[in-house]
Design a protein around this ligand. Structure first.
Ligand SMILES: NC(=O)c1ccc[n+]([C@@H]2O[C@H](COP(=O)([O-])OP(=O)(O)OC[C@H]3O[C@@H](n4cnc5c(N)ncnc54)[C@H](O)[C@@H]3O)[C@@H](O)[C@H]2O)c1
Ligand SMILES: O=C(O)C[C@H](O)C(=O)O
Length: 309
């Protein structure tokens, strides 16, 4: 299996590193527009192989897409990260151009690839990759739900003083402040979370999760990369190993949840064909309302993109 990661910055390099040391692919190509960066980082990851004992070959490229040819999966992380005081949507203009240009090259050299978008604003950049590639919706998706859910699970594990491994949860909606956490579908070792934590504390954790990306931007002056890079690698793994994992993933909805033509995070089954199935949960009225608000927000930003095309 061959995987390309476009963008050798914080998220892309982390993703390539996880793909290599977990031997998720035989070959990982890291590509960046900045001279030497991708070559340097992939060489560094390769030189770590005798220490960490893996044989995934990592190859770097300065914007030479011929090296990426025939990739099975392409992860797009290229684009600006936000700085303190910015929203993800503020990145739209610059990143839409970058994602468009990158996707055109990906399609040319890897026409059968499955594309995973990471660049922000996530839902709308997934839309951009989809319209540029013209690939079926099952093969163009965005990574955000695994990350948002991981933050929620980590905060819950800390509060309950239990292993994060035992917390199962699902979050839906756009990757932003309107994301929709679902306490009804959150369990701790099979026990509904609502039996273990009081409502006000759970509400606090949900609020912290919604602004989890911003919390890190404020601390570091740029956005997160360890969890995002690992989350993207986990999606790649589910595809290349045909694991049929159930993850929240950003996908174009075509009537599911009563929503058409909008890119939103929903639970899906992820396997060798990409999105194998969109899972439709039976949401209650409050949850439906939150999802509708999230849908409206993403749709507005999609319209901004449409107006600039
Ligand atoms: N979906 C998520 O959950 C999530 C999480 C974290 C970050 N992000 C987003 O991912 C993106 C990358 O974040 P980062 O922290 O790695 O940023 P970064 O600045 O560290 O890396 C971005 C890289 O993209 C490269 N690049 C820019 N234009 C390019 C082009 N046309 N072709 C190839 N490479 C190009 C840059 O040279 C840079 O190395 C940002 O948009 C950020 O907001 C999304
Ligand atoms: O917050 C950001 O800008 C980056 C990313 O979307 C995140 O949630 O960490």
């Amino acid at each position: 299996m061959k995987v390309t990661v476009v963008g050798a910055g914080n998220v892309g390099a982390t993703c390539a590193d996880v793909l290599a040391y977990r031997e998720i692919a035989n070959e990982v190509v890291l590509l960046d527009i900045k001279e030497g960066v991708a070559e340097g980082k992939s060489l560094d990851i390769w030189q770590k192989s005798p220490i960490n004992l893996y044989d995934t070959r990592t190859i770097g490229s300065t914007n030479d897409y011929s090296k990426t040819a025939g990739s099975d999966v392409v992860v797009i992380t290229s684009g600006l990260p936000r700085k303190p005081g910015m929203s993800r949507d503020d990145l739209i203009e610059t990143n839409a151009g970058i994602v468009k240009q990158v996707t055109e090259n990906v399609v040319k050299h890897s026409p059968d690839a499955i594309i995973i978008v990471v660049s922000n604003p996530l839902d709308v950049m997934t839309y951009q990759a989809h319209i540029t590639s013209q690939f079926p919706r099952t093969k163009v998706m965005g990574m955000a739900g695994i990350l948002d859910t991981a933050r929620y699970r980590a905060f819950l594990a800390e509060e309950l003083n239990v292993s994060p491994k035992d917390i199962q949860a699902v979050l839906m909606g756009g990757h932003g402040d309107t994301m929709v956490p679902l306490p009804r579908y959150t369990t701790v070792g099979g026990i509904p979370v609502t039996e273990l934590i009081d409502k006000s504390k759970l509400d606090e954790i949900i609020e912290r999760t919604k602004f989890g990306g911003g919390e890190l931007v404020k601390l570091m002056g740029t956005s997160a990369w360890y969890a995002p890079g690992s989350a993207a690698a986990q999606m790649v793994e589910a595809i290349v190993r045909d694991q049929r994992r159930v993850f929240p993933v950003c996908v174009k909805l075509e009537g599911e949840y009563g929503i058409d033509d909008v890119y939103l995070g929903v639970p899906v089954i992820l396997g060798k064909n990409g999105i194998e199935k969109v899972i439709e949960l039976d949401l209650n009225d409050d949850e439906k309302k939150l999802l509708e608000e999230s849908r409206n927000h993403v749709k507005e930003v999609m319209e901004v993109l449409d107006s600039k095309r």
